[in-house]
Write a protein that binds this ligand. Structure first.
Ligand code: UZR
Ligand code: MG
Length: 248
């Protein structure tokens, strides 16, 4: 992380917070969302209202670009490559992250996997937060997006494990049938992982083997996040007194 980037992570005098931005990448079904969920749980964030959260999580899926009619037809036959960088709206992604870093309130659509469209009727409002997690298969692919992160995590889960998780998830949660899931995996998901996602592992600051099962790694990351949030509060004039553990 560059010093200028680290220094820019502070709470401005007003309500405008410049959050600490963490990118979380990894192959499909590697456990990115679960790692983010665990981080938020350990920070006691999940039961809080969005506007009072200090830590929020956004998915890169909200930044798929709108498809043309011809592309929707292809997607319905499992012939559209959702794992290719071209499937994303890079500019919208970058501008949203810049707005978040500027402490603005942003509204982002959720993604509907069944219809392969953004749900503009279901909008998530992201309020200024101390820490923002941004997770997705290609969050480190686009240099201008990658350079915005203060910290980069790569969830490194074995590809057999990922496929074994992906199949039931796509069938149960994303309305697919087995043949479609396996065809899509072989034709698009696996080759795109090897070409576009896996090479971005080298940009990570921390690689998390075994994903959400890796409690030690997640605990270390959470401690780091807590340090940052406390540091920011201190800069804002609010002293948070950490109780150092006594070694007996
Ligand atoms: P994660 N995806 C869909 O299945 N349908 C869509 O409409 C949009 C995306 C899949 C995408 C990718 N691939 O592998 C996966 N396909 O979502 C990324 N095919 O999500 O990181 O949670 O696995
Ligand atoms: Mg996910």
């Amino acid at each position: 992380m560059s010093d200028s980037r680290r220094n820019s992570c502070k709470i401005n005098g007003s309500n405008n917070k410049t959050p600490f931005l963490i990118g979380v990448s990894g192959g499909t079904a590697s456990g990115k969302s679960t790692v983010c969920k665990r981080i938020m749980e350990k920070l006691g964030q999940v039961n809080k209202n969005q506007s009072e959260r200090q830590v929020v999580c956004i998915s890169q899926d909200s930044f798929y670009r709108d498809l043309t009619q011809a592309e929707i037809t292809k997607a319905e036959k499992g012939q559209f490559n959702f794992d290719h960088p071209d499937a994303f709206n890079e500019i919208y992604m970058k501008e949203t992250l810049l707005d978040i870093l500027a402490g603005k309130i942003v509204k982002i659509p959720t993604y509907d996997y069944k219809n392969h469209t953004l749900r503009k009727d279901e909008i998530i409002t992201i309020y200024p937060a101390d820490v923002v997690l941004f997770e997705g298969i290609l969050v480190f692919y686009f240099p201008e997006v990658r350079n915005l992160f203060h910290m980069k995590l790569f969830v490194d889960t074995d590809s057999d494990t990922r496929l074994a998780r992906r199949v039931p998830r796509d069938i149960n949660e994303r309305g697919r049938d087995l043949e479609q899931v396996l065809n899509q995996y072989t034709n698009f998901v696996k080759p795109a992982f090897e070409e576009f996602c896996s090479p971005t592992k080298k940009f990570a600051d921390v690689i998390i083997p075994r994903g959400a099962d890796n409690v030690v790694a997640i605990d270390l990351i959470v401690l780091h996040i807590m340090d940052i949030v406390r540091g920011q509060n201190r800069m804002n004039g609010i002293q948070v007194i950490a109780q150092p553990k006594r070694i007996k």
